[in-house]
Design a protein around this ligand. Structure first.
Ligand code: NDP
Length: 487
């Protein structure tokens, strides 16, 4: 299996490499085999990327937003047209099954690029009337923005960050996760093919030090990161020390609350989506599933039966529903948490093992795992595991569920399943989380802001809110009479 790109980086509209850079091997998580060999960016590559972004941005910002939007919409059309080919690449990069990548990865990037390409021309400043004199505001771009991606949704992350940045007249330098460098290069080529001027979307590969070099570069006006809370704190501090704009999409330990009156099949489906999709490697996952006493047994019975049917296997087989974790380190982390759960006294209700799959012995597979008898203090109920490990907790009443759901340092997401809609809205209003669902879980349409409260981050992606985060407001007061001066 090979997926070698033309070169490691994409700068100023073409592939470039610098073999002085640290070697970076791309591993197919299903087999452990090396599918591409790249180089991390050297200082020269970082400088080249930032300089080409800086040089291209000013002219881009002067282009009429309708025209910028048209280029983005062309890129979205190309992505839609090449969905299956890019989904295949994303599967090789991440190990996620094609059943997921063909519907969730390039398609989500395309949807967001299409959305921002469509709305940007209508996103303008305000007119303020002072009864003669007046003022207006301008939404101006920030300049060169840096995007740093995680490995769970590589092309989606690159699309979510680049689309609002480019739509608003910025340039972007993007560093994918070292684990998943491939699909972002495909996106860069598509932008060029769609007519995006050279230099506006550059991709540089590398490890955390390259991310830090980009985020701390004096020519960079904004940094947007998706990743873990510890990395988010480092990058936000760096940005803050230089008064840069920042968006942080970080981790979570989100609650999913299921009331007695919920439709049990919908609630089970929601809980499975909230824990097992992408082998549990989703920042917004609802990993603390609070189930009310009256529905608990039925919920667990149906959850177990449906989890038993999950097809684990070859990610390239369209029937496979669950692939491997991203790499060995993540596999060790997740299996480590399963051991911690058992040692802390939780009941391993289902899974917890490593499946033996013929032909995939070198892959980082793990069974979907359900713990019951979990208490709020246990580490598996407090820390982000980032794997398919669900904690099921029981509760008696609404007030208890709200209090326990909020007892976390995180605040990315939350979900409620109930047929009692006044209660659903009442509970969601009390939950301290940025991205919430009633009677569903983990949907992230382009039109809806996405982001966290508390330790889960700052800023928002998607929706018009993201355009605000990729622009700065200029206020212009206009006098229509004489200057009334005391001097
Ligand atoms: P990180 O948060 O460490 O990495 C996210 C991105 O930031 C990567 O591109 C990474 O580069 C880069 N990075 C790392 N350090 C720095 C730095 N100092 N300055 C700038 N950029 C930096 O996530 P990991 O991939 O290492 O995963 C670690 C854990 O984080 C996982 O086990 C998981 O629990 C959690 N995680 C959570 C995510 C979420 O969305 N909630 C997403 C990804 C991970 P590099 O390629 O070197 O890692």
């Amino acid at each position: 299996m090979r997926a070698q790109p033309k070169a490691s980086h994409y700068i100023n509209g073409r592939f470039v490499d610098d073999e002085q850079g640290q070697p970076l091997e791309v591993i197919y998580p299903a087999t452990g085999e090396v599918i591409a060999r790249l180089h991390a960016a050297t200082e020269n590559i970082v400088e080249l990327a930032i300089e080409s972004a800086r040089a291209a941005q000013e002219q881009w910002a002067r282009i009429r937003p309708t025209e910028r939007g048209r280029i983005l919409r062309r890129a979205a059309d190309l992505l839609y047209a090449r969905n299956d080919e890019i989904a295949h690449l994303e599967t090789l990069d991440t190990g996620k099954p094609v059943q997921e990548t063909t519907v969730a990865d390039p398609a989500s990037a395309a949807e967001v690029i299409e959305f921002f390409g469509g709305v940007v021309a209508g996103y303008n400043g305000e007119y303020i009337d002072f009864g003669g004199p007046f003022a207006y505001t301008r939404r101006e771009p920030l300049g060169v923005c840096v995007g740093i991606g995680a490995w769970n949704y590589p092309i989606q992350g690159a699309g979510w960050k680049s689309a609002p940045a480019l739509a608003m007249g910025n340039a972007m330098v993007f560093k994918p996760s070292e684990n998943t460098p491939l699909s972002t290069l495909a996106l860069a080529e598509i932008y060029t093919e769609a007519g995006l001027p050279d230099g506006l979307f550059n991709v540089v590969q590398g490890f955390g030090d390259v991310g830090a070099a980009l985020a701390g570069h004096p020519q960079v006006a904004k940094v947007s990161l998706t990743g873990s809370v510890p990395t988010g704190k480092k990058v936000l501090s760096l940005a803050g020390s230089q008064m840069k704009h920042a968006t942080m999409e970080l981790g979570g330990k989100s609650p999913l609350i299921i009331f007695d009156d919920a439709d049990v099949e919908n609630a089970v489906g929601g809980a499975m989506l909230a824990n097992f999709y992408s082998t549990g490697q989703v920042c917004s996952n609802g990993t603390r599933v609070f189930v009310q006493d009256g529905i608990y047994d039925r919920f667990l019975e149906r959850l177990t039966a449906r989890t038993r049917k999950i097809v684990i296997g070859d990610p390239l087989d369209p029937d496979t529903q669950m692939g491997p974790l991203i790499n060995k380190a993540q596999h060790e982390k997740v299996t480590g948490y399963i051991e911690i759960g058992k040692a802390d006294g939780a009941t391993l209700h289902y899974g917890g093992g490593v499946p033996q799959l013929q032909g995939f012995e070198g892959g980082f597979y793990i069974e979907p795992t359900i713990f019951t008898g979990v208490t709020d203090e246990m580490r598996i109920a407090r820390e982000e595991i980032f794997g398919p490990v669900m904690s099921v907790l029981s509760f008696a009443d609404e007030a208890e569920a709200i209090e326990r759901a909020n007892d976390t340092e995180f605040g990315l997401s939350a979900g409620v399943f109930t047929k009692d809609l006044p209660r659903a809205h009442r509970v969601i209003a009390e939950i301290k989380a940025g991205s919430c669902w009633i009677n569903h879980y983990n949907l992230a349409p382009a039109e809806l802001p996405f982001g966290g409260f508390k330790q889960s981050g700052v800023g928002r992606e998607n929706s018009l809110a993201a355009l605000a985060h990729y622009s700065q407001l200029k206020s212009v007061y206009v006098e229509t009479g004489d200057v009334d001066s005391p001097y």
